[in-house]
Design a protein around this ligand. Structure first.
Ligand SMILES: Nc1ncnc2c1ncn2[C@@H]1O[C@H](COP(=O)(O)OP(=O)(O)O)[C@@H](O)[C@H]1O
Ligand SMILES: Cc1ncc(COP(=O)(O)O)c(N)n1
Length: 264
């Protein structure tokens, strides 16, 4: 059930073309029916054809944004996306520890669909050491899961094995996304006493800019609305599948998914 008075927060990078990052997150928070807020970590000059430049914000302004939000409108659930550099991660982790939100969804954004690195290599260690262990749920795609564990992921069996390794790093749940594998689009949810497979048909679509951002924001919004983890992932898997089905051509490259397909 929608409730536009339930606050949700995204801590992520800005995508000037509106298909991924903060912009996708806020659209998703609204489409699912929550009150969306944002802490911007970095600004990208980006469109459907690629990422052309990235400028990180200072850790001071990130801290101030977190204070401003949490002191006034404590979010029910928080999502972290692009975090860019090692100092920013430390700042975000410190603030999250201080405010201790009920649900923390971590989307370990590393490389854009267009192949641009959105996480500086020297930031990987802090992501693994500090951010991943505090997540309620982390949502890696297969290349990200490989980066985190150093193990190849080429099958659903690999997703289970590597997902378990990531679970051992401390998060409560891991959602291994299988969009980069062949065949059906299969995601695997792993927790201490939880193991669920979410399968959908693979849609033959070119416009998949922002799929990961949209899925993790949808999970965040559903958790904030009171759904449990399995139901939040199930409803979000349906949402992303339909958003991909109705994705559309805008711009000259890889266009966005349709966040508001339900409202057409
Ligand atoms: N062509 C597709 N058809 C249907 N679902 C897809 C397709 N590509 C990705 N998905 C789904 O979209 C979500 C994002 O997946 P993925 O592409 O693995 O992550 P990311 O966008 O972070 O790279 C997952 O639920 C995945 O199963
Ligand atoms: C600011 C920002 N955050 C995240 C992504 C990843 O999205 P995708 O993997 O769909 O390119 C992106 N391109 N830009």
């Amino acid at each position: 059930m929608k409730n536009y008075k339930v606050p949700t927060l995204t801590i992520a990078g800005s995508d000037s073309s509106g298909g991924a990052g903060i912009q996708a997150d806020l659209k998703t928070f609204s489409a699912i029916g929550t009150y969306g807020m944002s802490v911007i970590t970095a600004i990208t000059a980006q469109n459907t054809q690629g990422v052309f430049s990235v400028e990180e914000l200072s850790k001071e302004i990130i801290k101030k944004q977190m204070e401003a939000v949490f002191d006034d409108i404590p979010p029910k659930a928080v999502k972290v996306g692009m975090v860019s550099g090692p100092e920013i991660i430390v700042e975000i982790v410190d603030s999250l520890k201080k405010y201790n939100p009920e649900y923390l969804v971590v989307d370990p954004v590393m490389i854009s669909k267009s192949g641009y690195s959105l996480l500086r290599p020297e930031a990987k260690e802090n992501l693994i050491k500090y951010l991943i262990p505090m997540a309620y749920i982390i949502t890696p795609n297969t290349p990200e899961a490989e980066e985190i564990t150093g193990i190849k992921v080429e099958s659903i069996d690999d997703m289970k094995k590597v997902g378990q390794k990531i679970l051992d790093m401390g998060p409560k749940f891991v959602l291994m996304k299988g969009g980069h594998l062949e065949g059906d689009a299969v995601d695997v949810l792993i927790g201490k006493d939880v193991f669920e497979i979410y399968k959908s048909e693979r849609l033959d679509r070119k416009n998949t800019h922002g799929t990961g951002c949209t899925l993790s924001s949808s999970i965040t919004a559903h958790l904030a609305l009171g759904y449990d983890i399995k139901e939040s992932v199930r409803l979000s898997k349906t949402y992303i599948t339909e958003a991909i089905r109705y994705s559309f051509d805008i711009g000259k490259g890889v266009g966005p998914v349709h966040h508001f397909y339900k409202f057409e």
